[in-house]
Design a protein around this ligand. Structure first.
Ligand code: DSN
Length: 423
């Protein structure tokens, strides 16, 4: 028989770990650019009885019985996405952003075909052709990068490489680039070489939903994304496309890349789509960008070099060599986590260090903005980070920073101390 006692009673060990991470989430400043805090409503949907249902296929075309409500729920999720982005075709089934990209590749091109994307070490993503990822193993990826001087995507170079390599898909998008993308220029290059134009908007799709970043959906053939970054929903992936690509992408996702989808996650995504359509979400998205700009300006004032000289989105990439040539991203990120500020090490463009070490740190403002921080608080956070990296060998300074971080974080706890999202 089902044991419906609370988690605390059924599995106290797991309950304790959840409480422990709640404490970590409530006491740190969270600057991982791909993280956020989901609402209770999102977590309630994610923790709902949709956990129990198998539903392979698509609404109206299932391999299992009993999918009437699931169909209704998936249609609701799809309609919300169409409305938010003005999309023609929508698929909300991908388990993650990586699997959204996999579904598109499986659906639209053959193994070994040429795809052109931004290289991971210049700001792209694993699924944009990294040799350790399925994308680089199964497809012939050709990479473009940044201009060494401006640290911006050089569209003349993109065109040159595209003309030379004639990709089937021209892919724009990033996980560590802080500027707008020139969708129109990508579109025109894709048209010139006969490529499908795809945007991986995983990092910035929440900002697009909140109208704080340009929307590629009307311009690109395909747009993929994630639902848990700036979007603030349940973890997962999302695909939008022009109608003509829909059937093939459906097949690429299921049965190509996945079996039955995670309907509890899809319910949590659908709640986030509803939340993102509210006027407050626009205020949130604008604040995410304003906060990132404030942090970038503070870093520059404090003598910490910001890649490309600033930001147009939610993320900032800092070059630690401007502070001390011996300070690595690995050391700085680990030290800052000890001080209560969580972020990740990140390669900077043309980084001489390997990806596990790096010379940079990547910071993002989606989570701290959900925590309630505004520009002045972000400038304080940037000053604390700057002080820590400038004095990374001075224990007394670091102890002061740790105290000040704790005081700042205590003003912006995302959850009540006994928060339990599923009830
Ligand atoms: N892992 C995500 C990020 O942090 O950018 C991308 O998949």
């Amino acid at each position: 028989m089902i044991d419906n006692r609370p988690l605390e009673q059924v599995d106290p060990e797991m309950a304790a770990l959840i409480r422990k991470d709640l404490e970590r989430q409530n006491t740190h400043l969270h600057l991982i650019a791909s993280e956020n805090f989901a609402s209770r409503a999102v977590m309630q949907a994610t923790g709902s009885v949709f956990t129990n249902k198998y539903a392979e296929g698509y609404p109206g075309r299932r391999y299992y019985e009993g999918c009437e409500v699931i169909d209704e729920m998936e249609e609701l999720a799809n309609a919300r996405v169409r409305h938010l982005f003005d999309a023609e075709y929508v698929n909300v089934q991908a388990h993650s952003g990586a699997q959204a990209n996999m579904g598109v590749y499986f659906g639209l091109i053959e193994l070994g075909d040429t795809v052109m994307g931004m290289s991971l070490d210049q700001g792209g993503h694993l699924t944009h052709g990294s040799h350790v990822n399925f994308s680089g193993m199964y497809y012939n990826f050709v990479s473009y990068g940044l201009d060494r001087e401006t640290e911006l995507i050089d569209m003349d170079e993109v065109r040159r490489i595209a003309l030379e390599s004639r990709p089937k898909i021209l892919l724009a998008g990033y996980s560590a680039y802080s500027r707008h993308l020139d969708y129109e220029a990508f579109r025109s290059i894709a048209d010139e070489v006969g490529a499908i134009f795809m945007v991986d908007a995983a990092h910035f799709i929440g900002l697009i939903a909140g109208k704080a970043y340009p929307n590629p959906v009307p311009i690109a053939d395909i747009v993929t994304g994630t639902t848990h970054k700036a979007f603030r929903g349940a973890r997962g992936g999302l695909i939008m496309a022009k109608e003509q690509f829909g059937k093939a992408i459906d097949k690429g996702v299921f049965p190509g890349a996945q079996g039955g989808s995670l309907y509890n996650q899809i319910a949590g995504k659908a709640v986030a789509f509803h939340e993102a359509a509210q006027p407050e979400f626009r205020v949130y998205a604008a604040q995410v960008v304003a906060n990132a700009k404030a942090m970038a300006e503070s870093f520059i004032d404090e003598g910490v070099r910001v890649v490309s000289g600033g930001t147009d989105n939610h993320l900032i990439l800092a070059d630690l060599r401007s502070v001390d040539p011996d300070l690595t991203g690995k050391h700085a990120a680990s030290m800052l986590n000890e001080l209560g500020i969580t972020m990740n090490r990140n390669s900077i463009p043309f980084d001489p260090r390997p990806p596990f070490v790096t010379s940079g740190i990547r910071m993002g403002t989606p989570a701290i903005t959900t925590q309630g921080m505004e520009e002045a608080d972000c400038r304080t956070a940037a000053e604390l980070i700057s002080r820590a990296v400038h004095h990374y060998q001075d224990e007394a300074v670091l102890a002061d920073v740790k105290r000040e971080v704790a005081a700042l974080a205590s003003k912006f706890t995302p959850y009540e101390s006994d928060f339990s999202g599923h009830v």
